[in-house]
Design a binder for this molecule. Structure first.
Ligand code: ARG
Length: 458
């Protein structure tokens, strides 16, 4: 017999039952559902809506059901459709008809919303903690690489030399924004929807603020329709997650490039790579590739939920049951990616010599040659032209800027003097960028300290 069976004269078609059930995935919300019910029934007692004896019996019953679920002693059934009705059925089996009083003044519509809020609020905290630990791995690597110079790229063409620490700290900054974004969304997650009833509120004299207090919510939804219709907090979470995956995927791409023989800038630990079934020499950066690939499903989950919600009339519609799987999947995907990245970055070997070698065999100090001429009084635009010609000459001669002698330089401008060699020196080139946020070592060290402070404040 269905919990809502009274109005029906026929059994539900088996296919309909399967099709409309959400128990396959919403059983993940069992803990939240029970905690929400415990608070709800406590409030029903306090407000004299239920006698205290009934409240005590129901609470004891809910705790027994929780323990049984925990121990894997219960089997959820499709005929009970979702986690809410499964638990209510289990409660009634446990304590008898008095269990049927739990749902007084409540609907599954505000109940499911509550479960989602409770679930996400915990998950966000956990994910933000993982982000912070990944930042720590990156910061540790940055500290080890405040003297490591590599080419910085634009258009994936060598542009200007930078410190590897500087490059890593760029990711720390991105992750900081990701953590802050998720925490900002937390403010809207931590609002209580329960008490909206099905859509219009309830005839019972409930105390929503008391439930909010019991469940440690910062506030309650002030419109019952909005309360049961709102999934913005999930969209915001999925959107923040999509952006986080964007950042991780960029790091993935760089790790894949850097660990190729062509770059040979880093070596990922054996524990975080896999081999080939045919090519014995292979060591593949699978984790980085897979995280890059899984970015797609996280984007998909965001677009999926936006599409579910688009043009939905108020208030609850069954469509909204589709809000869950994408959210669970995103939480799981982020959890996996971050958990693997923390040790993978920490154990990554940086091939400092190769990075430095790369910068000595390119023209990434060309901007500095132009700046040199500007310091001697030449307008920057003309200096750019002179250096462009000098670089072209080098390419034709198969040389780099530091290989030219002063005579050769003089052909391009009389302003060149012996001190160009010092100006073109790679460490000098890096350390000359001593502006706030620049790649000079003191600035990078300042950045690391700044980020560590900012992290603490999140
Ligand atoms: N399983 C449902 C969901 O996840 C719970 C809410 C059902 N409400 C209803 N009126 N059928 O959305």
């Amino acid at each position: 017999m269905k919990l809502w069976g009274g109005r029906f004269t026929k059994a539900t078609d088996k296919l309909v039952e399967e099709y409309t059930a959400s128990i396959f995935f919403d059983q993940q919300l069992a803990k939240e559902d029970i905690n929400g019910s415990l608070a709800h029934v406590t409030m029903l007692g306090k407000c004299d809506i239920l006698p205290q004896e009934d409240v005590n019996v129901i609470k004891a019953g809910l705790k027994k059901v929780a323990a049984k679920i925990e121990n894997g002693e219960v089997e959820f059934t499709v005929s009970n459709e979702d986690i809410h009705m499964n638990i209510e059925k289990l409660l009634i089996e446990e304590v008898g008809p008095v269990g049927g009083k739990l749902h007084t003044g409540r609907s599954r519509n505000d109940q499911v919303a509550l479960d989602m809020h409770l679930y996400l609020r915990e998950q966000v905290i956990e994910l933000v903690d993982l982000i912070s630990r990944l930042q720590d791995s990156l910061i540790e690597q940055a500290k080890d690489n405040v003297d490591t110079v590599l080419p910085g790229y634009t258009h994936l063409q060598r542009a200007q030399p930078i410190l590897f620490a500087h490059h890593l700290m760029a990711y720390v900054a991105m992750l900081q924004r990701d953590a802050e974004r998720l925490m900002d969304g937390w403010k809207r997650i931590n609002v209580l929807p329960l008490g909206a009833g099905a859509l219009a509120g309830t005839t019972f004299p409930i105390d929503r603020e008391y439930v909010a207090e019991l469940l440690k919510f910062d506030g309650v939804y002030m419109n019952s329709l909005d309360s049961v219709s709102d999934r913005d907090f999930i969209v915001e979470f999925l959107s923040g997650s999509a952006l986080l995956m964007t950042h991780l995927s960029r790091l993935c791409e760089e790790l894949v490039l850097w660990s190729s023989n062509e770059f040979a800038f880093v070596e990922l630990d054996d524990a975080f790579c896999t081999g080939s079934s045919i090519m014995p020499q292979k060591k593949n950066p699978d984790v980085a590739e897979l995280v890059r690939g899984k970015t797609g499903r996280v984007y998909g989950n965001l677009v999926g939920l936006l599409t579910v919600l688009k043009a939905l009339p108020l208030a609850y519609n069954k469509d909204m049951q589709e809000d869950k799987e994408g959210m669970f999947d995103t939480v799981k995907t982020l959890h996996g990616a971050l958990s693997l990245f923390i040790p993978m970055i920490a154990t990554m070997k940086v091939r400092k010599e190769n990075m430095r070698k790369a910068v000595t065999q390119d023209f990434s100090n060309a901007t500095d040659l132009a700046d040199y001429l500007v310091n001697k009084g030449l307008p920057f635009r003309q200096a750019h032209e002179v250096v462009g010609k000098t670089v072209l000459y080098c390419i034709q001669q198969n040389k780099f800027l530091l290989d030219l002698d002063l005579e050769e330089y003089k052909q391009f401008s009389p302003l060149f003097e012996e001190d160009i060699y010092a100006a073109l020196d790679i460490d000098q080139v890096v350390n000359a960028r001593d502006v706030l946020g620049g790649t000079a070592k003191p600035q990078v060290i300042k950045q690391i300290e700044y980020m560590q402070q900012l992290k603490k404040a999140t």
